[in-house]
Write a new protein. Structure first.
Length: 426
């Protein structure tokens, strides 16, 4: 496969954009490859600048549940486009989208923002303002956007607060955040027994998508709810990836656990930049102008994003495609498992609705440390082999995959044939 144009575009991009990309994972450094520059997308397929076609299993990291360039969403955007792109003022469509989200989640009120990072950042601010506490608990491998308070590695022990992952974040700020082991009940209970009275919030991806696909264990997520209730802390579910992706009511529907605050993103904008956060009325009413906690955004509730999001959510509520999405994801993954096993390559996998993941490992990982131990070099070789055949998986073993309603059986069969041929390259 020739990537001449993508290579030229990457060289040019590096002259003007740090690293040549506007989000680090796009640089393909994890797999020692050249990033692919795309110019079009339709259904389950992407077309790059060289005219190559790929079967897409990233789906813009979640929102393309109905496939790329879905006419229902495109028509909604076109209709709003004729009326204007942004007003910087309230619109009825903001309320419509908020009501759609509330219809599927146990949320009293929510506010629109422009990204998942803004959503999680705002949840943290509300939690700190409501509790008058500073400390935050997160879990290693759960990514909640590039918020200063949340870019923190795990400490050396359950009572040790971490140091920032990135220069530019004051240690005095990051020291208020503890990063514990995902799916480790004993560690969270021990930590809260010592620090619970000073913890403002526990934030978690209930189904993690940033250390590969790692579902939270039922008893682990229940332990977080119990700990927050016991110590008066706020439980925040980051459903930026899983919201409307694994079920209409997200991970909290699957687990039967209601957080105090929920962060949304990606899907609720139908592919356009958007985020939202919401929860109990007593917490959300603390936001300005009703309360003292300040949060604002000029483009929050952008009418184009609201139109796209409303069109997508209405369609998802009408069709409820999550069972069929999971069936197709498992058909893909069981087929891949057979191919890998025929090559004596270990392979484990899992899926929830339209979100899935696989690992080159003997057992399904439970946390970031487990994922880190899997074979990075073999993943890279497998990935590049599949890419060369035209299958576009996430370019990192630390990222989840996504499937759409346009990934029908014919597309799955096409994918498996390409994966089999890609593994021949090993």
């Amino acid at each position: 496969m020739k990537l001449n144009k993508s290579k030229e575009l990457f060289l040019e991009a590096q002259k003007h954009i740090p690293g040549g990309v506007n989000s680090p994972v796009r640089a393909f450094k994890n797999i020692d490859g050249n990033p692919i520059f795309f110019q079009a997308a339709k259904g389950p397929y992407l077309t790059d600048a060289d005219g190559n076609q790929f079967i897409d299993y990233i789906g813009s990291w979640g929102p393309m549940i109905l496939g790329h360039s879905n006419p229902i969403i495109l028509n909604a955007i076109k209709s709003q486009l004729e009326l204007g792109t942004s007003y910087g003022a309230p619109t009825a469509i903001e309320t419509d989208l908020a009501a759609l989200i509330k219809s599927q989640y146990n949320i009293d009120k929510l506010r629109m923002v422009n990204s998942g990072t803004e959503a999680t950042m705002s949840c943290i601010r509300v939690a700190r303002g409501a509790t008058q506490r500073d400390k935050i608990v997160k879990f290693t491998g759960c990514y909640h956007g590039h918020v200063d308070s949340l870019l923190v590695k795990a400490g050396s022990g359950v009572s040790t607060f971490g140091l920032p992952d990135s220069p530019g974040i004051p240690a005095s700020l990051a020291e208020h955040t503890a990063s514990l082991e995902y799916n480790n009940i004993e560690e969270i209970n021990d930590f809260m027994q010592t620090h619970g009275e000073s913890v403002a919030a526990i934030i978690v991806e209930p189904i993690a998508g940033n250390m590969g696909y790692i579902p939270g264990h039922d008893d682990f997520l229940l332990a977080l709810r119990t700990a927050c209730d016991k110590y008066g802390s706020i439980l925040i579910f980051d459903e930026v990836m899983s919201g409307f992706r694994v079920a209409l009511g997200g991970a909290q529907q699957l687990y039967g656990i209601t957080p105090d605050l929920t962060a949304f993103g990606k899907v609720i904008g139908g592919g356009l930049p958007v985020g939202a956060f919401g929860g109990k009325a007593e917490l959300m009413n603390m936001l300005a102008p009703e309360g003292p906690i300040y949060q604002a955004g000029t483009l929050s509730g952008n009418p184009l994003a609201m139109a796209a999001g409303s069109a997508l959510l209405n369609e998802l509520i009408k069709e409820n495609p999550y069972r069929s999405l999971e069936i197709m994801a498992n058909q893909l993954l069981t087929g891949m498992a057979e191919i890998f096993q025929s090559k004596s390559i270990p392979f484990v996998y899992g899926a929830s609705g339209g979100m899935f993941g696989f690992f080159i490992a003997e057992e399904m990982p439970a946390n970031f440390e487990d994922v880190s131990k899997t074979d990075s070099e073999l993943f890279k070789r497998v990935y590049l082999g599949c890419l060369e055949e035209g299958v576009y998986f996430a370019p990192s073993k630390f990222e989840a995959g996504f499937i759409s309603t346009t990934h029908v059986e014919r597309v799955i069969d096409e994918t498996l044939a390409k994966v089999s041929k890609g593994l021949e390259r090993l």
